[in-house]
Design a binder for this molecule. Structure first.
Ligand code: PMP
Length: 400
């Protein structure tokens, strides 16, 4: 094979972390990582995850036999209940096909592969969005990938008018890829009423809804609140695809634990969809890995462990929310020119600061702040020891 061209890897995590580590400046700040850090800047293994790991290791009956193509059923069933709510009619009526996936990325890919076979249509991704969305749908064979303007730079908030206009103008039956909570990278979510308006247009136009849910519970600290958009669409009769990731809300980043569900109109369609998902997985990686799904299944299906998990999830969400407040207060105290309410209005791991690439460069060169060029910061990189320093750095670049 002589015509192999090199693919230039995108900058994130690994490269980022490497240059951050190599920087000898003691006041350096890493706001590029897409993973939770505690107040000491360290990764956090949830105590409930440790507990579950120990229980799994101690369980002599477990082996390393292959799982089913669609994974562990107690895990996928619990995943559907988690996102839809245990009382959802779709759950009671068994109107879902659920398949264990290689984390959230694998879930989006499996959904894209499924749609490429049964519903080839234009796909709408938000601008901006997680960079992998376009790559996944392209590799799944979609030629017509379009964008909806999500971010309004003037208000540093949601561009609802553009979103609705774009979805209205889209061909009937288009695929809408939506972030149900903690939009990456902006941290801006529609309000519940705005979700209803989006649903209204989607219904009129017969659009197909694909929710990429990577942050349930991690965003607001409430599993219900972060699922409200998904539940609204499903309860109002939409057939939807849902990708779930347990990277953030369980801290299981490298265990690659996720789930793809397709909510259908009838149980028969769900069974058909399930068989097709298995067909795709079978020819791809045959069956998924077990460890992460065993942990999640154990925790979600045990009321005591589940309560501990919800508590620890809230600890992460609350720390991030408190850092938003601390940053906002520091900027306000410094009298930094501009409005900064968006820092506290946004939600989830990321915040779109509105800083320009030139300002980001100065933050890096002068203050050893590591963040992406588009002005996105990971709130998890802030803590009580560095938030003031970061605010002062922002204050300086904004004024100079
Ligand atoms: N979707 C979005 C919007 C994300 O931000 C992420 C995590 N960066 C994912 C999906 C998937 O992550 P993972 O494959 O690690 O579960």
């Amino acid at each position: 094979i002589s015509n192999i061209r090199r693919w230039r890897r995108p900058t994130p995590s690994s490269t980022f972390t490497a240059s951050y580590k190599a920087d000898p400046d003691p006041s350096k700040i890493n706001l590029g990582v897409g993973a939770y850090r505690d107040n000491d800047g360290k990764p956090w293994v949830l105590p409930v995850v440790k507990k579950a790991e120990q229980a799994i290791v101690a369980d002599g009956s477990l082996d390393h036999e292959y799982l089913a193509i669609d994974g562990i059923k107690s895990f996928t069933d619990a995943s559907v209940r988690l996102i839809l709510g245990a009382a959802s009619p779709a759950v009671a009526e068994k109107r879902y096909a659920a398949c264990q996936t290689i984390s959230g990325t694998g879930a989006v890919r499996l959904g894209a592969d499924f749609l490429a076979r049964f519903k080839m249509a234009p796909v709408y991704i938000s601008n901006p969005t997680w960079a992998n969305h376009r790559a996944i749908f392209t590799d799944a064979g979609f030629k017509d990938i379009r964008e909806y303007k999500y971010w309004n730079p003037k208000t540093r908030g949601l561009n609802l008018d553009e979103i609705l206009a774009t979805f209205k103008a889209a061909p009937n039956g288009s695929i809408l890829l939506l972030h149900p909570c903690a939009h990456n990278p902006t941290g801006v979510d529609p309000s519940f009423d705005q979700w209803k308006m989006i649903a209204q247009v989607a219904r009129e136009k017969n659009h197909v809804i694909f929710f990429d849910c990577a942050y349930q519970g991690f965003a607001s600290g409430s599993l219900e609140r972060d699922a409200q958009a998904v539940r609204y669409f499903v309860d109002s009769g939409f057939e939807v695809l849902i990708a779930q990731s347990y990277a953030k809300n369980f801290g299981l980043y490298n265990e690659r634990t996720g789930c793809l569900s397709i909510i259908t109109r009838t149980p028969q369609l769900a069974q058909n969809a399930s068989s097709q998902l298995c067909k795709i997985v079978r020819a791809n990686y045959s069956n998924p890995p077990a460890f992460g799904a065993r942990i999640v299944s154990l925790v979600l299906n045990n009321p005591q462990l589940n309560a501990e998990w919800e508590q620890q999830l809230k600890t992460m969400a609350d720390r991030i929310i408190s850092m938003r407040k601390a940053l906002f207060e520091a900027l306000t105290q410094l009298g930094t020119p501009g409005t900064w309410n968006h820092i506290v209005d946004q939600i989830g791991m990321f915040s779109f600061t509105g800083l320009t690439p030139a300002q980001v460069k100065v933050l890096h060169d002068k203050y050893h702040v590591y963040m992406t060029e588009n002005g996105r910061i990971s709130m998890a990189g802030l803590n009580t020891s560095n938030v003031r320093r970061f605010a002062e750095a922002v204050d300086w670049v904004v004024r100079n």
